[in-house]
Design a protein around this ligand. Structure first.
Ligand SMILES: [Zn+2]
Length: 157
């Protein structure tokens, strides 16, 4: 019936509006919740930006700031966990200028999402996940559940 379908359409539009609003609130809460980490990321980004660095806003479902530059390349090559192409600190992604591929960006955005879900507890949860992997005789990085999830996101990029 025509009236029925009109009511259904309105109801669906209302549900979609509420869902959009909730997802917006969720993203905003995630940003606030991860703020201590993002602040640390901004502290790391400042010297990079001061030395011919570049800042870009990534318009992903969960937004991120992408920072790169000669100093970022230098820092990532000498990362204490081994050379890497990129790393996420809260909503800040610090990336190598040569090595950043769409897959790596997707991987890092998965870590941004994890940080927005776990907030400032994330680094501790991450280390605990590495510890858990080592306790089971596995690799601290490769078998860390957060890395496994980020690699999975990468494959769907
Ligand atoms: Zn990772």
């Amino acid at each position: 019936m025509h009236i029925g379908s009109e009511q259904n359409r309105r109801k669906a539009a209302r549900v979609a509006r509420i869902r959009r609003l909730l997802s917006g609130v969720g993203i905003a809460l995630g940003i606030v919740w991860a703020l201590p980490l993002t602040f640390l990321g901004i502290l790391l980004a400042m010297p990079i930006l001061a030395r011919r660095g570049e800042l870009r806003l990534v318009h992903a479902p969960i937004p991120a700031l992408l920072v790169s530059g000669p100093l970022a390349d230098f820092m990532l090559e000498r990362h204490p966990f081994g050379a890497m192409c990129a790393m996420a600190v809260g909503h800040v992604v610090i990336a190598d200028r040569q090595g950043l591929t769409p897959q790596i960006l997707t991987h890092e955005l998965a870590h941004v999402r994890q940080a927005s879900q776990w907030g400032f507890v994330f680094p501790f949860a991450y280390l605990a996940a590495s510890g858990w992997a080592v306790m089971r005789g596995r690799d601290a990085y490769w078998h860390n559940v957060f890395e496994v999830a980020a690699r999975k996101a990468e494959r769907h990029a």
